[in-house]
Design a protein around this ligand. Sequence first.
Ligand code: MG
Length: 268
Amino acid sequence: MIGIIFDMDGVLYRGDRPIEGAGDVIEFLKSHKIPFVFLTNNSTKNAAMYREKLQKMGIEVEEEKIITSAYAVAHYLEKHFDRGNLFVIGGKGLQKEIEAIGWPIINIEDAGSQWKDIDYVVVGLDTKLTYEKLKYATLAIRNGALFIGTNPDTTYPSEEGIVPGAGSILAALKASTGKDPLIIGKPNEPVYEIVKEKLEADEIWVVGDRLDTDIAFAKRIGAKAIMVATGVNTLEDVERSDVKPDLILPSINELIEYLRVALNIRNL
Ligand SMILES: [Mg+2]
């Protein structure tokens, strides 16, 4: 059985605009009982927030099928490490997912007196980043706290242009601590462990728009790497890159036809 991992931004939608055919593809998968999950490196929203966003675009999917790097970090921590005090740099999505595992969180207001008690520093995209946050994260990591990142993307496209992503905040802390973070999200493998809990399949396809995260991730986990040309990377980028997709589709819309052929061949 094929199981499909979809990236979201640049694949299902761009900003708040759905990409034509995205809803049809999801309905096709449901009606053919092909398992799938949505996997995003974005940690600023949680699954409930994404479900609502997708619903507004006519894409109906249960929360359980949406995996953010925030969810992955929280569950990876729970699975591999002992309960301890957390310090979080990140948006609402990350805060909520971290709160959901019930480990104690040291807030920025208390960090001045409690930074020595921090066991884990978890870092994602934080649009309200301050020097204070970087300072206490640095002190804690230098004091032995484990340094964990949601995703490595140094930038992301916004309506105003290319802006700093979680990877740029990680880079600042790398500079101030001399330590490399354990990064959970794509293209790194830790997130695949979390995906596997929700996606049962013996052949995995990854559909994404970014070579450095989605396509590189597909290669690392031994999946079929399908790039759609509706997002960040272009065909010229593919030519210049060492990371090559197995298949390039103009958009997610063409996936139905490709799936029909693949399923027919299997049924012969
Ligand atoms: Mg994307």
